[in-house]
Design a protein around this ligand. Structure first.
Ligand code: BES
Ligand code: MN
Ligand code: MN
Length: 481
């Protein structure tokens, strides 16, 4: 593909020159353990918001606001716990320029050295032999969030005007379902977010490890829990085993009915809502650079349920999946504790795709699980509930933002990117599209093997630095559309 190149060499060079400062900035961000799912770490999530505010101030942002979202809705341990604030900021307010809103999240997944990390997850480690940065949040999503700040710093250093008005919206609850953000986006649609032309999100990854991608689809995620309780306290299985109904036995029974070992969801009615595969869509998967071997490398195993690229991609991007995540209250240590847990909470989620209706799915799930529990005729107390949900999203990869992003990517990587979808979820994506009436672009920074949510999460320095160039270059190409 040929295109008219913009004179961005000076800008790209400046990004290279600022590399040491950019690494320092990310290191500071990684050092704040802003884990949104851990109520005890909530103050750190708030610290991270303030860190971003300070950075935005130093970079000259206007109208910086911390938007409070109130108390976190149940289920929670602490009924008074507050949601972390949304960080808003603006660079420029020129009615002759286009306005881009960039969204990212400053919260991260939990991480502990004991989980198997080679280095401390919240002390960024620079492996100088491979030029890789390790640490929780390097790729998901602190690297990209800091990347936007770096783009602004490079413009400042060069005395180069930003080609667009740039709004930032950073949230601290994405990993926990983006609670409260839908309402804020709706409220600010005609206020802070007025005149936004385009939303760009850098919070996903290349499909593989060598070829950049632009992403036009995400799956949604409905997250549920099943609570089963019986005895007043944990009991001795020698004294009570065989003579009382055990909550864990009931829970395992019910959870085992949800999905089979081939990954097929067993809840009736779910697949009926899935959009049929057209011939045209089927053809799209042919040209994507991916292989079973790449999946094996990323999972660190040979456990694929599918033996060809196309089936893998379809099952990752356009079919729903159900994963069993864990059981709160179960004995999970090493050794052999002879306990009967009194109260157990089973957690699972369903990745949703077009045209699954979220509310209808909840009903199918609740009905099925309730029926399965009733079959057990157990005297234990039972409850099933939704913890959070977030919609799927599919867009048009041929719109002007994708074209601009493709040009920036070619400037930086010398290759035409693949157009991909993702199996993961960013709950707010569809909300931006609907509430602001604009297109959303997903412009990733990291690679498919970065290990988001896993141990030893990393970001290659080349992806970090070239990624900053791509984000910045995109703003320039988009401003010409
Ligand atoms: N960055 C991910 C989204 C993502 C995951 C993109 C995988 C591409 C591939 C995001 O931070 C995330 O983890 N989202 C959660 C959302 C959920 C809690 C609703 C997810 O997908 O599990
Ligand atoms: Mn993320
Ligand atoms: Mn994540």
């Amino acid at each position: 593909m040929s295109y008219e190149k913009l004179p961005l060499d000076e800008f790209y060079k400046t990004i290279d020159e600022l590399k040491p400062q950019f690494i320092q900035r990310l290191k500071k961000a990684i050092a704040i353990p802003s884990v949104s799912s851990d109520e005890n770490l909530r103050p750190k999530v708030v610290d991270m918001a303030h860190f971003l505010v300070d950075e935005l101030k130093a970079l000259g942002a206007q109208d910086i606001q911390l938007k409070e979202l109130g108390v976190q809705p149940p289920p929670v341990s602490n009924p008074n716990i507050k949601l972390p604030p949304i960080v808003l900021g603006r660079f420029g307010n020129d009615s002759n320029k286009k306005t881009i809103l960039v969204y990212g999240h400053y919260d991260v997944q939990p991480a502990a050295k004991e989980d198997g990390w080679a280095t401390e997850p919240f002390e960024m480690y620079h492996d100088k032999s491979k030029d890789i940065l390790y640490g929780r949040g390097t790729t998901d999503d602190k690297g990209p969030v800091i990347g936007w700040l770096n783009v602004i710093e490079a413009h400042k250093k060069l005395n180069l005007e930003l080609p667009v008005n740039l709004l930032v919206c950073f949230e601290g609850m994405e990993e926990s379902g983006s609670l409260g953000l839908d309402e804020l986006v709706a409220k600010e649609a005609n206020e802070y977010f007025k005149n936004v032309d385009q939303v760009t999100i850098s919070d996903n990854y290349w499909l593989g490890t060598t070829k950049p991608v632009l992403t036009y689809g995400l799956r949604g995620c409905n997250y549920y829990q099943i609570i089963i309780e019986g005895p007043g306290a944990d009991l001795h299985s020698g004294i009570f085993g065989g003579i009382i109904a055990e909550p864990m036995t009931d829970l395992i029974n019910v959870m085992s009915k949800l999905v089979d070992s081939q990954g097929k969801i067993q809840i009736p009615g779910v697949y009926d809502m899935v959009a049929p595969l057209t011939k045209e869509e089927d053809g799209l998967y042919d040209d994507i650079a991916f292989s079973v071997e790449e999946l094996n490398a990323a999972s660190g195993s040979k456990t694929s349920l599918h033996n060809n690229k196309k089936d893998i991609l379809k099952h990752r991007w356009r079919f729903p999946s159900l994963s069993l995540h864990g059981i709160e209250g179960a004995f999970s240590g090493s050794g052999a504790k002879t306990v009967i847990p009194a109260r157990v909470v089973g957690k699972f989620s369903i990745r949703t795709v077009p045209n699954i209706e979220s509310g209808k799915l909840d009903q199918l799930v609740f009905d099925f699980i309730t029926k399965e529990f009733e079959k057990l005729q157990s005297p234990n107390k039972f409850k099933v509930e939704l913890i959070h949900d977030g919609n799927y999203w599919v867009s048009d990869p041929f719109n002007s933002a994708f074209q601009a992003a493709s040009k920036a990517t070619q400037d930086v990587w010398n290759v035409v990117p693949d157009f991909t979808r993702e199996g993961g979820s960013i709950p707010i994506t569809l909300t931006f599209e609907k509430e602001l009436g604009v297109d959303v672009l997903l412009l990733p920074m990291g690679r498919g093997d970065d290990g988001a949510h896993s141990i030893n999460e990393k970001l290659d320095i080349s992806n970090y630095i070239q990624g900053c160039k791509t984000l910045g270059g995109f703003l320039h190409y988009y401003s010409k559309t």
